[in-house]
Design a protein around this ligand. Structure first.
Ligand code: AHR
Length: 364
């Protein structure tokens, strides 16, 4: 109800402003007047009139982890978690979820923070291996961490990858690590492309802000989005550049790219933080986020849902960071049964004008 009321008010206010000869003030947050409505679908863009592709089907015939180091069934465990960064709300929510679940279970958890540096994460993991935890959880910064995963396996420590994968030619699933618990990042990219087609009707000159180079979400979210928009000749990515999943780089990279691509009408950001930085850059360029430039991103943070509700961000595809319950449940299952599937895929929601407002309170 609130959404409709806000939208109706926006229409009345826009009409009043226009009658008075006023333009929108780009510095005012939420001046878009509430969540953004879909654009009329272009006839040659099937994506613009298709339903939300939703989550992918659960992967079939996933092998079991029979060759990884075993974990004894015990009443309590001493475990470790190598986090790759703490520079955004998503990372903080993931760490908090791991800590809360460990505490609930009465397990001892050591957490390291690699400060968004691959070399530091490798050193962190080597240090954790030396402490010989019962199990090692790892959120690898890039896919290039296979060697240190193998090192942990050789030390007899079962490794559980969380939220990001490693190159499986360097570390074998089910042998060098027990399992990887992830969202389907390719599908997230497809859903973002669908949302962008809704936002633009299938006509968009797109700036793509990529995540950390070499990380599985950056690789897969790009693949899913770029492949999907080939269905629509009016949608094209004119430039695609990394902003390292951070708000500050999202802002600075967008500032630069808006100068070299002043004709851009849309931004696809691989995460919310970069999208929020992009919104600041759009305002600084004297344009109106959500109107002059449509934005779609991924994660589902509190700030992003607030931006959706304000009409600045069109939609954000959820990537749920609350891994704690699933991570420890999987670890316990492995201890009891000696094997789990080598890949476990989570389900995510999509937040747009229909449901953003009602989910702000529970978001991170
Ligand atoms: O691996 C998941 C991604 O990593 C999230 O989208 C991002 O915000 C985080 O840094």
């Amino acid at each position: 109800m609130r959404v409709r009321t806000t939208a109706a008010l926006a229409v009345l206010m826009a009409a009043a402003l226009s009658a008075a000869g006023c333009s929108n003030d780009a510095s005012m947050p939420g001046q878009g007047g509430g969540p953004a409505a879909p654009a009329a679908p272009s006839a040659d863009c099937p994506l613009a009139s298709a339903p939300d592709p939703g989550n992918s089907a659960p992967p079939a015939n996933v092998p079991a982890s029979t060759g990884a180091p075993k974990l004894a069934a015990k009443d309590t465990y001493r475990v470790a978690f190598s986090q790759n960064a703490s520079n955004n709300p998503w990372r903080l929510a993931e760490t908090a979820s791991m800590q809360a679940e460990a505490q609930r279970l009465g397990y001892q958890l050591t957490v390291t923070d690699a400060n968004n540096e691959q070399a530091k994460q490798i050193q962190d993991i080597k240090g954790l291996i030396a402490q010989r935890p019962d199990a090692l959880f790892m959120a690898p910064i890039t896919e290039q961490l296979g060697n240190v995963v193998v090192e942990a396996a050789h030390a007899g420590i079962p490794v559980f990858l969380l939220d990001r994968d490693v190159d499986t030619t360097a570390a074998k699933p089910g042998e060098d690590y027990v399992t990887v618990v992830v969202s389907d990042f390719v599908q997230q990219g497809r859903r973002a492309a669908w949302a962008m087609a809704q936002a633009t009707g299938g006509n968009a000159t797109i700036i793509e802000l990529e995540g950390t180079t070499g990380s599985s979400p950056a690789i897969d979210r790009k693949k899913g989005f770029d492949e999907s928009i080939t269905q629509c000749p009016g949608m094209r990515v004119v430039v695609s550049q990394s902003a390292d999943f951070t708000r500050a780089e999202g802002q600075s990279v967008t500032e630069t790219l808006l100068q070299s691509h002043p004709d851009a009408t849309a931004i696809y950001a691989h995460n919310d933080e970069m999208a929020l930085g992009a919104i600041s850059a759009i305002r600084a360029a004297g344009k109106v986020p959500g109107q002059d430039i449509k934005i779609v991103s991924i994660d589902g943070s509190k700030d992003a849902l607030t931006a959706v509700d304000a009409g600045e961000l069109y939609a954000t595809v959820e990537s749920n960071p609350r891994f704690g319950p699933k991570a420890f449940e999987t670890m316990q299952q492995y201890a009891q049964q000696g094997q789990v599937p080598v890949q476990l895929v989570l389900e995510d929601r999509l937040f747009n004008r229909e449901n953003a407002a009602q989910n702000i309170a529970e978001a991170y």
